[in-house]
Ligand binder design. Sequence first.
Ligand code: TNX
Length: 625
Amino acid sequence: MSTPSSTAPEPLDPTRPAAVTAPAEAAPAPQRETAAADRSGAGGGLAARTNAEAETAAGADDAAQASGRTAEELARAAERKAAALLAPPAPARLGDVVPAPERVEPDASGDYLLSVDAVIRVSADPAAVAVAGQLAALLRPATGYPLPVADTTAPVPAGGIALVLTDEVALGAEGYRLDIGTDGVRIAAGTAAGLFHGVQTLRQLLPAAVESATPVTERWVLPGGSILDRPRYPHRGAMLDVARHFFGVTDVLRVIDHLARYKLNRLHLHLTDDQGWRIAIDSWPRLATVGGAGAVGDAPGGYYTRADYRRIMAYAADRHITVIPEIDLPGHTNAALTAYGELAPDRVAPPPYTGTEVGFSYVDPASERTYDFVADVLGEIAALTPGRWLHIGGDEAFKVPAEVYAGFVDRTQRIVAGLGRDVIGWHQIAPASHCDGRILQWWGTTGDDPVTAEAVRRGARLILSPGNHAYLDMKYAPDTPIGHDWAGLIDVRRAYDWDPATHLVGVPAEAVLGVEAPLWTESVTTLAEIEYMLLPRLPAIAELGWSPRSTHDWDSFRRRLAQHGPRWATAGIAYHRSPELPWSAPAMPVPAPRRPSPSGDPLEHPPVSPSSDPPVRPGTAPGQE
Ligand code: TNX
């Protein structure tokens, strides 16, 4: 990065108390406590229970009189109870995974105990070997075991974990099979991505203490049985807005880790907006140096150098995640215009913008210079981006007349096609012409839009990010300290309870490529705040994207998801302790409430009830919603 990273930006409101400590600075104490507390029968838990048993014994005579049982009988019962509490913890249930696996066949007699001399064996394929290395790196810190990685053909003792590439076509591009028995664990997949997803499942089946960064005394037991698992949709993503507030490379890498845990495979980076341009473009250098200088509320700006951006691409690719860069056009371009006034309709560079209004800026669609700019920028981004998609934004260009707008999008789509990439745009690009591979990203709140349905009939496919279910910048509840509510409040249940296949009227299930959860960052200023908004809702969107509809069950989901609280706490990840989930671990600190934002912020409205119809966003033009 060339300008300060935002890992510790100034709070937007200087009177606001500091937000939750960023995980890098998170005190280790709660992590250790959580790990200990979560191991039934160990550490503090043991002490507490022993005291409880002592109390039971002391009161035994009274109780004996009351129950009619002898004191000796009660003492023996208390002893049995104590023994049960001291017994090793039962392993997780095989199906206790988020997102829910397609098929689960538990085998109570097949629990596997990872031992200090276990070896990880892997097919001799560089991508598979890399996954084995990732598995070892996941397990070594908490277990303290050496876990060497060996070729499947190497003569090593049985009883370890094998990662095997197979030609089982049924597993598809991302599926895996996990078999756990007393004498070993095997993950089989057709691809390294499938092995990687299998590793994420295995990680969740180990005790929560596996998230500890330092060795923990634990019985590392995996529940016996088999899982067959494949994703429902090929596109399972999250979006991070690095334009409203800038987040440095290490923050983005950490978000990628969160995606990987939940088998998400796309990170959409919203790289440009009115408040900041966040990617260096060699042919238009002032975009980043001038356009990247600011952020909402005068927070520090910043941008990614080409090396930074490549680092993000590589880190994501190692986790089988494709990055989709977005250059938002023709609107949301004030930052670009501050750097190059020649792109503005009046050829005058506007001042930097640090507010949160939308829809006022646009590059001149009537100027040839604008198309030079679009071609240069998208050309450089395409050259840096290994993935197949370029996102051209297209939202909220309120000041551009409809026909001119459609012409601009047509031409920009042709530029993307000329670069050999497939175009994605917010669903406002629907009226433009069809082109091969065209994808619309739905962010409306109504579930019904004839213009989008018509574009689908002409061949477009859809990513679903309904504002009233998947927008993770919406508040959880009226008292959520950060976030908006223009699309309603989104608690975990609201994030979970919808079906991508039937969500949009007039759009057949086959046109849906998947789901994506956007996190806009007008009010989100730190990594901890990002995590607080993502967790626990991101796993809800991940489950919609991955799991077969037949597994969809709120009660099951909330129970499985609550088990992740101790995992996040142990890993030092901030999250919202949503009252809807049956948490068992101690709370993490949450971002401190802010004072109400200054009046005039178009994104701040009185809270609406989650059950009422969400209001249409103010300033949304007809046909743009
Ligand atoms: C709408 S969704 C926007 C963003 C805002 C967001 C805030 C979309 C394509 N545009 O510019 O950041 O609402 O929730």
